[in-house]
Design a protein around this ligand. Structure first.
Ligand code: NDP
Length: 253
């Protein structure tokens, strides 16, 4: 049967859990072959077999994206194994919340090295291939989707550096969008509110409690809700460019 992304190849970072895994499944269902990038190989293999079981095609590409060489290799490996690159979803990210006074600077470095530096290295390696895909695909367009956060707009105590990485991503996305317009590469950002994923598992207990209190009584979004947003963006026809989507939980302030 004809799917909107038949013949396309997508690379999803952070595809071993949460929003990335759901997005990979969604793009595969829409007909795209998918390269799954993250560190945990066992989890990537699980996502890949799930996709295969539903009739899709996915390959696991284990990589720590904070290593610039691995970030570039992950893009090249996708090209080698799947032949092209039509869609890049920059989703891998970590959120370590803590007050600036009490945090270790090492936590800040970890966030910046993945949410910013890792994302930049993947993007730099991928863009030439996206441009080529746009010029050769029947869709006549390629897509780069960055996963930002509502925390890039609504800043709270403890979110300083996390919010900085996500709000800076907004600036990067908008500049790149304008630069790549004439190349038929659409660049967009999806900004999720509270989603039920493993993201908060990396918080220390105190911050975890505080962040749970903040969302107490709110039904969190599911990873599939954000995958829907990404799926919507990349399946639009070439004349449509959805630049930004802010998707909060229904009861979220
Ligand atoms: P998860 O923790 O479930 O997913 C994070 C993903 O990033 C995992 O696949 C993880 O895989 C991967 N990752 C972490 N470190 C690295 C690394 N060094 N190299 C490669 N991959 C890495 O959380 P979410 O699904 O929630 O997060 C996805 C994105 O959504 C993030 O950018 C997050 O900031 C954003 N977001 C999430 C919200 C939420 O409420 N959950 C709200 C707003 C935005 P592995 O550990 O195997 O490497």
């Amino acid at each position: 049967s004809d799917q909107p992304l038949d013949g396309a190849v997508a690379l999803v970072t952070g595809a071993s859990s949460g929003i990335g895994a759901a997005t990979a499944r969604r793009l595969a269902r829409d007909g795209s072959a998918v390269a799954l990038v993250a560190r945990r190989r066992d989890r990537l293999d699980q996502v890949a077999s799930g996709i295969a079981a539903s009739g899709g095609h996915a390959v696991a590409v284990p990589a720590d994206l904070t290593d610039p060489e691995r970030a570039e290799d992950a893009v090249q490996e996708t090209l080698d194994r799947l032949g092209r690159l039509d869609i890049l979803v920059n989703n891998a990210g970590i959120m370590l919340l803590s007050s600036a006074l009490h945090t270790s600077v090492e936590e800040w470095d970890r966030m910046v090295s993945l949410n910013v530096t890792g994302l930049l290295h993947v993007t730099h390696a991928a863009v030439p291939h996206l441009i080529y895909a746009a010029s050769t695909s029947p869709r006549q367009v390629a897509d780069l989707v960055n996963i930002g956060s509502a925390a890039g707009r609504t800043v709270r105590p403890g979110s300083s550096v996390y919010s900085m990485t996500k709000s800076g991503l907004g600036a990067f996305t908008e500049s790149l969008r304008q630069e790549l317009l004439s190349e038929q590469v659409r660049v967009s950002m999806v900004e999720p509110g509270t989603v039920d994923t493993e993201l908060v598992d990396h918080l220390n207990e105190t911050v975890w409690d505080a962040s749970r209190r903040q969302v107490a009584g709110i039904e969190a979004l599911r990873p599939e809700d954000i995958a829907d947003a990404v799926g919507y963006i990349v399946t639009r026809e070439r004349r449509v460019a959805v630049n930004q989507m802010l998707v909060r939980a229904g009861d979220q302030t």
